[in-house]
Ligand binder design. Structure first.
Ligand SMILES: N[C@@H](CCC(=O)N[C@@H](CS)C(=O)NCC(=O)O)C(=O)O
Length: 223
């Protein structure tokens, strides 16, 4: 039986797992959980008191957090190219997973929550600068590389592109300022499983943000 994944397609971290399912050609039973102030899912609460998506449930095994879930699924299915076994290569992938978890995601999630949950109508310059600073970092990381960790795609790219694409709802990526990041983003968007894994949920979040702000966003290319 395929594992059950508690999931919400508007959540970047859930979309990272959906991208991994596409990349590794895996099946899962995706169970939609309401987010953003709606009632909590009793089944999810029972296995994850933190009530976060994504959470994986496979028989009596439970795992929450997108980063452990993508590395677990890659290792379990023997997809070493997505999550290498060799110590240095694996450490570099882990480095970017922690960058996503500790830097990118909190910056993006703060803004999305302020709009969607707290009904803020303006996005502060401070918040936008945090996003563009992240774009700067990523552009440097991607210098002379096709993917974040080298010449081939890993789970680091899948996790980071789910978050970066969410950031573009707030601030698009300027091709002139961040050419390496723009090229990488385009490459990721061309993956055959990208639209189903990330694009559809991203568009729904984009529409929700626009609705919450009560106006079409001026997608400024901020400094
Ligand atoms: N570090 C976690 C973050 C997960 C997370 O914060 N998910 C949010 C949605 S994007 C969530 O489940 N919020 C619902 C809640 O807290 O009840 C991961 O990578 O999975």
């Amino acid at each position: 039986m395929p594992p059950k994944i508690f999931y919400n397609e508007m959540c970047a971290q859930s979309r990272a797992v959906a991208l991994l399912l596409g990349a590794a050609d895996l099946q899962a039973d995706l169970h939609q959980v309401s987010l953003y102030g709606k009632e909590q899912d009793a089944d999810l609460l029972q296995i994850n008191p933190h009530h976060t998506v994504p959470t994986l449930s496979d028989g009596d095994f439970t795992l929450w957090g997108s980063h452990p879930i993508v590395t677990y699924l890659s290792s379990q299915t023997g997809r070493d190219e997505l999550y290498p076994k060799e110590a240095k290569a694996r450490a570099v992938v882990d480095q970017f997973l922690h960058f996503d978890s500790g830097v990118l995601f909190p910056r993006v999630n703060n803004i999305i929550n302020s709009i969607v949950v707290e009904n803020e109508k303006e996005i502060s310059t401070k918040h936008i600068s945090a996003i563009t600073e992240s774009y700067k970092f990523l552009d440097k990381f991607l210098q002379d590389k096709n993917y974040l960790t080298g010449p081939s795609l890993t789970v680091a790219d899948l996790c980071c592109v789910a978050t970066v694409s969410t950031a573009t709802i707030i601030t698009p990526i300027s091709t002139e300022k961040y050419p390496n990041l723009s090229t990488w983003y385009r490459t990721c968007k061309n993956l055959p499983y990208y639209e189903q894994g990330n694009g559809v949920g991203l568009n729904k979040l984009d529409a929700l943000v626009e609705l919450k702000l009560g106006r079409p966003r001026t997608k400024d290319f901020c400094e």
